[in-house]
Design a protein around this ligand. Structure first.
Ligand code: PLP
Length: 518
């Protein structure tokens, strides 16, 4: 009898061929229930509350009251609760298992963070409350800002951007403002390595720059000769990720900083991979002028599946005056938020404007500071070191059957290409779908674009050796299976997921958003 690794039978003893009755009468599979979308259920006349029709109430809307249905679902409390609990069970999360999405850094979120984020003094306040009544909350933002400036060795941080991409926008707007202040309105070309995350060129273009791609060299890093050849009087900035999206440290980063500065441009660093170097490297020492920090990738906070983001952006001396409002200030024992341009000008600053209506992601600030203070400086450094160690463990174990994209060790993520699948009839996509059947969320696929059939695996620091071994065993067995010609295991996958293979291109271009339309 086939046994699983826990020693339990892997099929019922008298198993029938599942193919014979694969479709059920109800559409549900096992206890995984099929149901329509919430907007297709209930109607205006159904409601969770049961109030009598008010008597003798004159309408005062001048005949403008709605007569058609409002289009909202009308469900009772138990129906509503079941709907959302079922949905939550369909969602994959870092709290359910290994989440190896490279570039995304899906970190464990310690529960202590959640406890602190829910303290009434942080959660039950309003952004328009008088500042004198929320001194503790403003101090928390100021304290987190101090940690971020210390960890990066920079003199200024804008706390308000609400995601990494929003932080990029903040940084590039400051660069544009600084160039304009120098009267250099012709400097509009931004250099972007070809391995960059798509948000980098998108941000540059959004800010009115043009982008110019720098090729990678054979080691997966910036091709220095090509970079030097692109420098010129119209260069506004370089946007560089370090460690880069191939999971490699850009060794020439200091020279890159010097050269871009000599050419009159600024250095934007994409700090999404800061998790790999916290406590080891201070980006300010490397000559960066602006860098966003994805709090949700480096200082915990659950993300993905709708979780929030936050992208504080640090600035060098040269860009600090142009940072947006609001910012936190302390006078004596009083904390305040500088909200208006006139106030900032009195401080000698020249903010380019503001990014958000209020002050940023308060709940995430609380989680990030809780994470930092509970780890301490040594713990933060160890988290970074363990993240790199875990990625290298995967790289070392899987290299026997899979093909690493580049020579040598990696930083926090291991990058493979699809050479090991050559002539097997199995693509990177098929391989990823087979991982779902094995109980693993796929890694990031086909990114970075510089690597053919890329598979980017980032385990983060909290996975145990036993967990990593189970994961590597599965990848190695899948790779052997593909090479042994068991192509259908892959092309038919996922066989055990609620929905099988989707036409992803059509799903993106012509989304069918209701059950009824199927
Ligand atoms: C995640 C990521 C971003 C964008 O960050 P968001 O918070 O998702 O907006 C930018 N660059 C890199 C390299 C990333 O991994």
């Amino acid at each position: 009898m086939a046994m699983n690794p826990q020693g339990r039978p892997s099929r019922p003893i008298h198993a029938v061929d599942p193919g014979a009755y694969e479709e059920t009468f109800s559409g549900s599979k096992g206890l995984d229930q099929a149901e329509p979308l919430i907007f297709e259920r209930g109607d205006f006349d159904n409601s969770g509350v049961d109030l009598p029709e008010p008597k003798g109430l004159e309408t005062r809307t001048g005949g403008l009251e709605r007569t058609a249905r409002i289009g909202l679902p009308g469900l009772s409390e138990p129906e509503t609760m079941r709907h959302y609990v079922r949905l939550s069970r369909k969602n994959y999360a870092i709290d359910l298992g290994l989440y190896p999405l490279g570039s995304c850094t899906m970190k464990h979120n310690p529960r202590l963070n959640e406890k602190l984020a829910r303290l009434p003094g942080f959660i039950d306040i309003h952004p328009l409350q008088p500042q004198s009544t929320v001194q503790g909350a403003i101090e928390l933002v100021g304290e987190l800002a101090r940690w971020l400036m210390t960890l990066t060795n920079t003199p200024c941080v804008a706390m308000s951007p609400k995601a990494g991409a929003h932080g990029e926008l903040c940084g590039m707007m400051a660069i544009r403002a600084a160039l304009d202040a120098r009267g250099e309105t012709r400097r509009r070309r931004v250099l972007v390595p070809e391995s960059a995350h798509g948000t980098n060129p998108a941000t540059a273009v959004q800010c009115g720059f043009t982008t110019d791609e720098i090729p990678a060299d054979a080691t997966g890093r910036v091709d220095m000769e090509a970079f030097k050849a692109k420098l010129g009087e119209d260069v506004a900035a370089i946007m560089l990720t370090n460690p880069n999206t191939c999971g490699l440290f850009e060794r020439d980063i200091r020279e890159i900083a010097d050269l871009i500065h000599e050419a009159g441009g600024y250095f934007y660093c994409d700090g999404a991979n800061f998790n790999a170097i916290v406590g080891r490297v201070r980006p300010g020492d490397l000559g960066i002028d602006a860098m966003h920090i994805n709090l949700h990738k480096t200082f915990s906070t659950p993300h993905g599946g709708g979780g929030p983001g936050s992208g504080p952006t640090v600035f060098s001396e040269a860009l600090a005056p142009f940072a947006p409002v609001p910012y936190v200030k302390k006078d004596g024992d009083t904390w305040s938020l500088v909200e208006h341009e006139a106030e900032a000008k009195a401080d000698g600053n020249d903010p380019f404007g503001r990014m958000v209506a209020f002050h940023g992601q308060m709940g995430m600030f609380t989680r990030a500071l809780s994470y930092m203070m509970s780890h301490g400086s040594d713990g933060l450094r160890q988290a970074a070191e363990d993240a790199v160690l875990n990625a290298n463990y995967i790289l070392a174990r899987c290299r026997e059957e899979m093909t690493p994209a580049f020579e040598g060790t990696c930083m926090h993520e291991a990058l493979f290409d699809d050479r090991f699948l050559k002539d097997t009839g199995v693509s990177t996509l098929d391989f990823a779908k087979a991982m779902i059947d094995e109980g693993y969320h796929p890694m990031t696929m086909y990114f970075p674009l510089v690597v053919h059939g890329a598979m980017l695996i980032e385990p983060t620091e909290t996975e145990s050796k036993a967990g990593l071994d189970r994961f590597c065993d599965t990848l190695i067995q899948l790779a052997r299976s593909a090479k042994a010609g068991e192509t259908e295991r892959f092309t038919q996958a996922p066989r055990f997921a609620p929905a099988r293979r989707l036409d992803e291109t059509r799903a993106a271009r012509q989304p069918v958003l209701t059950h009824a339309a199927e």
